[in-house]
Design a binder for this molecule. Sequence first.
Ligand code: DUC
Ligand code: ZN
Ligand code: ZN
Length: 481
Amino acid sequence: MIFDTLLLNAEVATASDRYRADIGIRDGRIAAIGRDLGRADHTLDAAGRLVTPGGVDAHCHLDQPTSDGSKMADDFVTGTRSAACGGTTTIIPFACQFKGQSLQAAVDDYHRRSEGKAAIDYAFHLIVSDPTPGVLRDELPRLVAAGYTSFKVYMTYDDMKLDDRQILNLLAVARREGAMTMIHAENADCIGWLTEQLLDAGLGAPRYHAHARPMLVEREATHRAIALAELADVPILIVHVSGREAVDQIRTAQGLGLKVFGETCPQYLFLTGDDLGGEGFEGAKCICSPPPRDKANQEVIWRGLENGTFHVLSSDHAPFAYAGPDGKKAHGPDAPFSEVPNGIPGLETRMPLLMSHGVMDGRIDIHSFVALASTNAARLYGLFPRKGTIAVGSDADLVVWDMDRPRTIRNALLHHAVDYTPYEGIEVKAWPAMTLSRGEVVWRDGEYLGRAGHGQFLPCERPALAGTRGRGHRGPLWKPN
Ligand code: DUC
Ligand code: ZN
Ligand code: ZN
């Protein structure tokens, strides 16, 4: 066979294996792996460098409409460009339903926002904020069958939050249809009450965001989400877990045999609540929910990555500019924390941070890195084995790593449209030397080579795990055994 491209001398690492090989690519897919594979139109030399599957960032927000007048800085052009430069080749952002809107309308709108713009492949999760009888009975089953096989529910945010009964209704649909439910677990009433106390006392500066959302509110909601999933007998995934108290809930559930999956994000490994307390309004740059905790909790999150509590490391990229009028300052430079759009950028820095401070600092092995950054997300959201691994037949989404040149993260070096990075000044020892998306080089030696429109929409399969029951052999609580 004559290949389009041969990637020579790769030190291939997947979630399970590590070996030296050449990789033959044809029509965007991996066509052969081995030695002396034959001829190709192009050759690329990995020169003994580590080659991993391209990253799958399973939680990010791009060009997502908001209800408060703020506007995301990244659309699908700039967001996917930034992702590619940091080694991510698949993203799964959110088609978000507003109350009163049909789910299909949200999906159609999101396709309009992404069509022809992405440089890498993408799928959509749904956000369900209005689970009407029509959504539960007709729209969700139809959309799951059409390739939107995961949805997020919020236990907080006034315009999104669902009550326990609504969540149970959705979990029952997820069980029946084989979809994966992602849960944002924070207790809305506790946050509302604490926010009122803080603002009444004149404590509206950015650092009080963390005081309004202590770990207790995450612990309580995580516990409740797990109980609801146990009752409905269906797996769930708790997103953006920030610290010990939620980790303890998840580990306890996992120890009981419940199918509870966990996601965390770099902000809980590299930031603390102190980062919300910069000069004046500066701390707003790090306002995200749940908020970053403290050094001890960073260690708890690292341990959760090591010991398998977490399955996925996502960026939760939510790109609001700092200086512009639409972003963090949408409600003025002195607005109370409660009016600052939540979220921080991180698509491009996610994989280099984990490779440097996870693998190269000896906290996780290379197989865990691949699993956390790529394979598990592909599995959990129905994209495996097309995405998330290096195997014959898989898409040729590859990262060739440069692990010889330490560098300092500077926003000026990044490719998003956000005017800051919360990781400014952090040293990394690894960065992609090259990223390939379906066989095309999209990033090489510091130069972005991708193009808007190369990225394709990926309908997802029903994830293999989501169709299984949450409680294993014991069966649902609501049916007598
Ligand atoms: N929290 C979310 O729940 N979503 C976007 C960003 C954030 O901080
Ligand atoms: Zn969330
Ligand atoms: Zn999010």
